[in-house]
Design a protein around this ligand. Structure first.
Ligand code: HSE
Length: 311
């Protein structure tokens, strides 16, 4: 790319996906953050503008998820560029929709394109994780990887990091409700037990394998049976005042599952048509509104592409 500026979109993502705590995620078509980079004449990096959030985000580039990865790229590749950055948040911070991952991926994807660096997905993943770890205070790739690669992703291993793209049924739809409460991933991770019993570990492995097999075999019944988590959901459900009610409403409306995405508070449900997904989202959202909370709902297929250039 020979332009002096670039505007990119980086998608939200659903992480954990039932039994896939820290190891599974998929990208959504909407919402998604927008990041704009402009070359400067000097070698400085500034965050010029952050919009779309009432949460105060740092303007110091080293402390911001969108710019930490860019700084590392410029430094490690010995690139003498100065950049002005604009971050336009299009999803809630602490929503469970991979907000920090979208900004982190948006930043590194944008700099790679703007400077025609031709970094591999694997390298971009490494740099995106630098940004993501600032927000969550832990390394987890189940938002960053799907946001960057698109599609449904299995993080098979963290050391070394091993990303596996999983085939999925093309008619799978996702209903998402985002209640207007904030849950910090770093706080929600503190709720988790350090140990899991053998019985739960066996059951979790069975469900995780079942979900992957179900996706690859296009077996909706197997996907439905596998959407059970024994590690995070029971602990974190206490942070969502209407967790049980949302699940009940989703199942009554015909959903295959209803789970927390990431550390919440957003919850998601699968179905097999847009029409059904809309009905399910409306039922889930009615519960949240009934409790007097704000609620944004999204309907999305699985986004196979990941980030994209907008201009
Ligand atoms: N796997 C991470 C967690 C995702 O559940 O803590 C956070 O969005």
């Amino acid at each position: 790319m020979l332009n002096d500026s670039i505007r990119v979109f980086a998608p939200a993502s659903i992480s954990n996906v039932g039994p896939g705590f820290d190891i599974m995620g998929f990208a959504l078509n909407e919402p998604g953050d927008e990041i704009i980079l402009r070359k400067r004449k000097d070698r400085k990096l500034f965050i010029k503008k952050i919009t779309g959030t009432s949460v105060e985000l740092p303007y110091q580039p080293k402390l911001n998820t969108a710019t930490a990865g860019i700084i590392n790229i410029l430094k490690e590749k010995n690139l003498d560029y100065g950049i002005d950055v604009e971050i336009h948040k299009k999803m809630g911070i602490g929503s469970g929709l991979g907000s920090s991952a979208a900004s982190a991926v948006g930043g590194v994807f944008a700099i790679n394109e703007l400077l025609s660096l031709k970094l591999t997905h694997y390298e971009l993943l490494k740099y995106s994780l630098v940004g993501e770890s600032i927000a969550s205070k832990a390394i987890h790739a189940d938002n960053v990887a799907p946001c960057l690669y698109g599609g449904f992703i299995l993080v098979r291993s963290y050391d070394p990091i091993d990303i596996v793209r999983i085939e999925y049924p093309k008619n799978i739809f996702c209903s998402i409700v985002y209640p207007g409460i904030v849950i910090k991933t770093s706080e929600a991770r503190k709720l988790l037990s350090k140990m899991v019993s053998l019985k739960k570990a066996v059951s979790q492995a069975g469900n995780a394998a079942g979900l992957i097999a179900g996706l690859m075999k296009n077996d909706m019944g197997l996907i439905k049976r596998s959407m059970v988590d024994h590690i995070a959901e029971s602990k974190r459900s206490k942070l969502i005042p209407y967790y049980d009610e949302i699940r009940k409403a989703a199942f009554n409306a015909g959903a295959m599952n209803c789970n927390i995405t990431g550390s919440g508070p957003s919850m998601f449900a699968f179905s097999t048509s847009r029409h059904e997904a809309e009905k399910i989202a409306a039922a889930m959202s009615a519960v949240v509104l009934g409790f007097g909370h704000e609620c944004i709902r999204y309907i999305s297929g699985i986004n196979s592409k990941g980030p994209k250039i907008l201009g």
